[in-house]
Design a protein around this ligand. Sequence first.
Ligand code: AMP
Length: 539
Amino acid sequence: MMNISLTVPSMLEHAEKYFSKKEVISRTASGITRFTYADIAKRTRRLASALTKLGVKRGERVGTFAWNHHRHLEAYFGIPGMGGVLHTINIRLSGEHISYIINHADDRVLLIDAELVPLIEPLQEQLKSIKAYVIMTDDDKLPDTTLPNVYHYEDLLNEADENFEFVADIDENDPAGMCFTSATTGNPKGVVYSHRGIVLHSMALGLTDSAAVSESDVTMPVVPMFHANAWGLPFAALWFGANQVLPGPMVTPKLLAELIENEGVTLTAGVPTIWLALMKELESGSYDTSSLRAILCGGSAAPKAMIRTFETKFKIPFIHAYGMTETSPLVTLSRLKSYQTELPEEDRLEVRSTQGYVVPGVEMKVIGKDGEVKWDGHEMGELLLRGNWVADEYFMDERTNEAFRDGWLHTGDVVTVNEEGIIKIIDRTKDLIKSGGEWISSVDLENALMAHEDVFEASVVAVPHDEWQERPVACVVVKEEAKDRINKEDLMEFLQPQFVKWWLPDDIVFMDEIPKTSVGKFLKRSLRDQLKDHLKTTI
Ligand code: AMP
């Protein structure tokens, strides 16, 4: 067989040839603009040309510090197209972590949204590797800034070559992208994506039994383009010729609902907290969401009650998926096998709320204390993964040795597997609650609490306990309209029939909001800190 390099620019060339009329609908700080893929391709070639003129060399990193919009999409293809490495930076990290990752990646140029410039200005003294800041704005003028060597993105593009030829001799194993993932302690860890990995991962997103991204789709990644490449959707959507909506800065549930209705979005993706908020919006307003063929939800466990509401009340199919920054990210999706579609509704829902089984191209094994666990849905172990879009190291980081061993990525996720090969995430290793030597799953308790009609969000954490070592404490945000009618005792009573006694939380703490990580997951570390003396004072 021929052996032709799988490269990111070849995906753009395909869209340029066959899908020139298809559209990118981009929301920026100043409004919504529409571009055809023909426009996007020219602009991408101009960007690649401009970066070459700025002196970026093969293999060098170019950082992006931006929301989801068309310019960020151009960077997705233009940077790898000129031989550089697209380094998407999480705008919600602390200044200290942002400087660390820019320096560690040795970024040469930073593409940055005008409205995010104030976040970078205070760090400039530490950012020694950056030779140029390119500001992405709809405004003709550059914003006032203290940053040195500043360029206007559109001016650079205007002066660049729209027929720029992408680098021809890219080796498919060359790096194309890079993203840092937060560590439990210490600095974030860098993951490098190869051209090959990105192309194969995109292909996997197109499989019928996966996300089935196709030409007829209108995709809308709500997951940020700085979080595991917006789960690969911008790459796959462009390659397959799907229209894509990029929802821009400060996305609100109302805005999402309006974009779904106005643009006929068919497939959208994001973490559960986004969908909890959208659910509230759909309950209070009247929107036409009938175009949606699926919501792709991952990043943390999707509560069963939420899946039920979307599917039965709003008639929106819900696909629960699991993955990591280290795995590009797609690993598993929860889809019913053909012979499971006849199961009673509750059983189907049970299957759909698991994380599902691996997509073709990824292999897994689950290791418990005595080796590989039985596929019985009970025995727990750590999930190990390998595949063509799974990283094999952290970028110049000694923590590589902890996670990548014997050819497998050790995920740190504790799971069970049933006879269908379907995994259920019990917890992160660090989030499991160890009470009197036995494990309690915080995810199961959260799921149960979030199934209560008055509960908006719930997060359960381990709190130190003199006698039992650790005990679960639940943090609960109650729905606005239920604030006066619900109390701890009601919730305890609700949980009691569902769990053995020792699994029940020792306390339920009501909060206005649960703190979230930079990618919208419950920030359990902060809850644990907040509650570390809690059982000493309340019980
Ligand atoms: P990140 O690299 O930020 O995407 O985080 C990856 C981690 O998120 C995984 O190791 C899991 O702990 C968690 N995660 C991702 N998807 C799911 C899911 N569907 N259910 C439960 N946890 C998930």
